[in-house]
Design a protein around this ligand. Structure first.
Ligand code: TXA
Ligand code: MG
Length: 326
């Protein structure tokens, strides 16, 4: 059931469902989320079941503001404070040590918890309405089945979970890839998942280096090697390799789609060709919806031209590498 997220009554209805321990789909500025009240282990279990997500993969808890985040944390490190002050509400998730007893199922048993205050007005309205009903935080992974592409439009959520789920319509997500995750729970900040915020922006706000993740980082679904996969096989190629492959004489592979940064001079017949925006922010915005469209158009194979290895492309490159690993 798709309801207008700008309609107060629809938001109230969604908040009622959350309060009753039901699931709700809602927009954020990154991707759509599948929410459940974070303090209700049975409600959170429904999220894992609906997604087919392994139970040891923690969920992010969404809150109205930094003050609402604090009760979930055992401690609130200065660096988390600085990052949240700079980017909340916005596309940043911080991992901090969890206050024992809080949102245990959401945290999948970890001693830490991921917290995020989303900027999307519909998400904000829903979180505030839920808070009025005693829901202090909403656990929400991306509203897709495990391993699949995150939804950036309300209809994608309906595609994933069917019409029984109440989904608040909030338009196409502005960010298009999931939030940047910084682990602030282990002494020094570690970037667990790149998003649209650049490392330079994070470090400027943190006032200290933000480190790359290493083998000691917790295993987490968004950080698995293979994830965000379209149904088609995706192959990430350098510009040269792509050009060479397209010049091979004869028929191109059947049901081939090409997602490249440059338009080839002569497109081979039968190849579904898309052009990736030259700006990273725009490319992130379109990435998942383009992959979904190519799937829907019947592609069996997608050749993607690798974006530049520069910091602003880190989020898009990360998602493409994982899609290619599936
Ligand atoms: O943009 C987003 O973050 C979206 C929207 C809905 O807010 N949510 C999202 O959730 O992407 P999900 O579940 O698809 O990805 C959450 C990521 C996973 O990689 C998860 O393992 C990690 O956050 N995570 C959550 N809590 C964690 C924790 N305590 N320690 C380490 N990683 C954690
Ligand atoms: Mg996800």
């Amino acid at each position: 059931m798709l309801l207008d997220g700008c309609d107060e009554n629809a938001v109230a209805q969604a908040a009622d469902r959350l309060a009753a321990g039901e699931l709700v789909g809602f927009p954020t500025e990154t991707v759509y989320g599948l929410g459940a009240r974070a303090d209700d282990d049975a409600a959170v279990a429904k999220v894992f079941a609906a997604k087919g997500r392994p139970v040891d993969h923690p969920l992010i808890v969404h809150v109205t503001d930094a003050a609402a985040a604090r009760p979930f944390a055992a401690e609130w490190p200065a660096v988390a404070q600085r990052l949240c002050a700079a980017f909340w509400p916005g596309p940043l998730t911080v991992i901090v040590l969890r206050r024992p007893g809080m949102a245990a199922a959401s945290a999948a048993g970890q001693d830490s918890i991921g917290l995020r205050c989303p900027a999307h007005p519909v998400a904000q309205a829903l979180l505030r309405a839920a808070a009025q009903r005693g829901v202090a935080g909403v656990a929400a992974p991306s509203a897709n089945r495990f391993g699949r592409i995150s939804p950036t439009q309300a209809l994608h959520v309906v595609e994933e979970f069917g019409d029984a789920l109440l989904v608040l319509e909030g338009g196409a997500c502005e960010g298009g890839i999931e939030s940047t995750i910084v682990d602030c729970s282990r002494g020094r900040p570690v970037l667990l998942r790149p998003g649209v915020l650049t490392l330079a922006q994070l470090e400027a706000a943190a006032g200290e280096p933000v480190h790359a993740r290493d083998a000691a980082a917790p295993r987490a679904s968004g950080t698995l090697e293979a994830h965000y996969a379209p149904r088609a096989k995706l192959r990430l190629m350098t510009s040269d390799a792509l050009r060479a492959a397209l010049q091979v004489p004869g028929r191109p592979p059947l049901k081939l789609a090409v997602y490249s940064r440059t338009v080839p001079k002569s497109a081979a017949p039968g190849v579904n060709h898309r052009v990736m925006p030259m700006q990273a922010v725009q490319a992130a915005n379109e990435l998942f919806s383009t992959l979904r469209e190519l799937d829907a158009e019947g592609a069996h194979l997608i050749w993607v031209e690798e974006p530049p290895a520069t910091p602003e492309w880190a989020g898009v490159r990360d998602r493409l590498q994982r899609a290619a690993a599936s």
